[in-house]
Design a protein around this ligand. Structure first.
Ligand code: WAQ
Ligand code: MG
Length: 249
């Protein structure tokens, strides 16, 4: 599902561009489709970024057998301000082998004036932006979780009082991204004005939640996938956007 409105530029009333409001995707069994369609419509029409002018829902049959991947372990760091968060992000991403230059590029993406609907692909050394469409980005799709893994994840999240759709969906997405050969780390800041917890994730670090990653009220946010300098970009995009992956335990 993609919900969008129109953003008018400041100095011209003529030029306008589509502005991203909300998006969602998943892999579902046939009997669940009707319920999910309803959920996606409600989600699109009740979003803190505003009322959409256009909602597009795409429903596609997936014929391939989904691949498996494991759910990343989660943790939360102590952080009380966006300034501290910037230091935490730099430390975690450096640990994951990302260059200072690529980290600066990533920070620019998640604090940009216009949020993309998808994620930027940043080469981990040169900081080159490898996504073909810089406004849209790469949209991770065709992802889900097994029933058992969802139960176990919900139970573990509930113990920390963070068992929400937002957190579960983010962990599933980060787990698919981490399962892709060639990805090194992910940085995510929600573009929702009232959601101020973000994360850094990697196979080694797991899913690391960062509270107060941005100021409340800000509609800036975004996602960055840092990839191997020499990675096969086409293969990574194909995997993230098109390969069905169901995460399990
Ligand atoms: N594929 C790629 N990029 C995406 C996708 C996707 N499927 N969905 C969202 N994005 C990008 C896009 O640029 C958005 O602007 C940005 O991520 C933020 O999306 O544990 O809600 O859906 O408490 O606003 C993190 C949860 C929540 C932290 C993140 O992101 C926690 C969130 P949002
Ligand atoms: Mg959002």
């Amino acid at each position: 599902m993609r919900a969008s409105g129109t953003a008018r530029s400041e100095n011209s009333r003529i030029s306008s561009r589509e502005s991203h409001i909300s998006g969602a995707e998943g892999l579902y069994e046939l009997p669940e489709i009707e319920k999910i369609m309803k959920e996606y419509v409600l989600r699109a029409m009740n979003h803190s970024r505003g009322m959409p002018e256009k909602v597009v829902i795409t429903l596609e049959e997936v014929k391939e057998k989904p691949l498996g991947a494991s759910v990343l372990p989660f943790s939360t760091v102590r952080c009380d301000s966006p300034d501290t968060a910037a230091d935490v992000i730099k430390e975690l991403l450096s640990d994951a082998g990302i260059s200072q230059r690529a980290i600066r590029t990533g920070m620019k993406v998640v604090t940009a004036r216009y949020a993309m609907s998808g994620a930027a692909l940043v080469l981990s050394r040169s900081a080159y932006r490898a996504e073909p469409d810089g406004e849209r980005g790469i949209r991770v799709s065709r992802l889900g979780i097994t029933r058992d893994a969802e139960k176990s994840l919900s139970r573990r999240l509930a113990r920390k009082r963070i068992n929400t759709t937002t957190v579960r969906e983010a962990i599933i997405l980060a787990s698919k991204v981490a399962s892709c050969r060639g990805t090194m780390a992910e940085l995510c800041v929600s573009d929702d004005p009232d959601y101020t917890t973000g994360y850094v994730a990697s196979r080694k670090l797991g899913y690391v939640r960062i509270p107060h990653i941005k100021r409340k009220g800000s509609v800036r946010g975004g996602r960055v996938f840092f990839i191997d300098e020499n990675a096969d970009v086409e293969r990574i995009i194909g995997y993230l956007e098109r390969s069905p992956v169901i995460v399990g335990m």
